[in-house]
Design a protein around this ligand. Structure first.
Ligand code: HEC
Length: 148
């Protein structure tokens, strides 16, 4: 039976290497194009998947104080999502000069400050930063939310 296993692994190996060898020139070009950052989600999806849950978790810190290390780790995770989510508003294809970029940067800065505050387990600081977060959300919405 061993030869079957040998034969199979040899067949698998050649199956894996064959396509690579067949397209050596095309690969780097496709890789470079794929590497350019470009939005996948709509702004609304970014809000719903990242910014709304992350900011709500931080807003909740005042009323539901984190106690254990695990609680604080969860807060920190949301702060990271907020900071990085702010940066996603700044990628080419989403970024817009003026209010949009400024408020996105405010989110990024407030998110980063929340990460630090979570490391320090500083409830008061996170509450204080919450006001800045809210101002950033509202600042962008004032200009960019579709009027109803
Ligand atoms: C740089 C601009 C910008 C920032 C900053 C921003 N938003 Fe938004 N937000 C938008 C845009 C644009 C829409 C509308 C998307 C649409 O309807 O196409 C939106 C929509 C929303 C909606 C409505 C979503 C829905 O389902 O209709 C909520 C809620 C929301 N944002 C929450 C937040 C919160 C919370 C923050 C701050 C943590 C925030 N946003 C920061 C641009 C921003």
């Amino acid at each position: 039976m061993r030869w079957i296993a040998l034969f199979l692994s040899a067949a698998l190996l050649s199956a894996q290497t064959a396509p690579k060898a067949a397209t050596p020139a095309a690969a780097p070009k496709a890789g470079a194009a794929a590497a350019a950052p470009k939005p996948v989600a709509t702004s609304k999806q970014l809000m719903e998947i990242m910014l709304i849950p992350a900011s709500e978790a931080l807003f909740d810190v005042g009323s539901k104080e984190p106690k254990t290390d695990a609680d604080w780790a969860a807060v920190k995770k949301q702060a990271i999502i907020l900071a990085e989510g702010g940066q996603l508003l700044l990628v080419p294809g989403r970024a817009k000069p003026g209010v949009w970029n400024n408020t996105a940067r405010q989110l990024m800065v407030a998110g980063a400050a929340s990460v630090k505050a979570a490391d320090e387990k500083n409830v008061d600081k996170i509450i204080e930063i919450g006001d800045q977060i809210l101002m950033a959300c509202e600042g962008c919405h004032k200009q960019y939310l579709p009027k109803k």
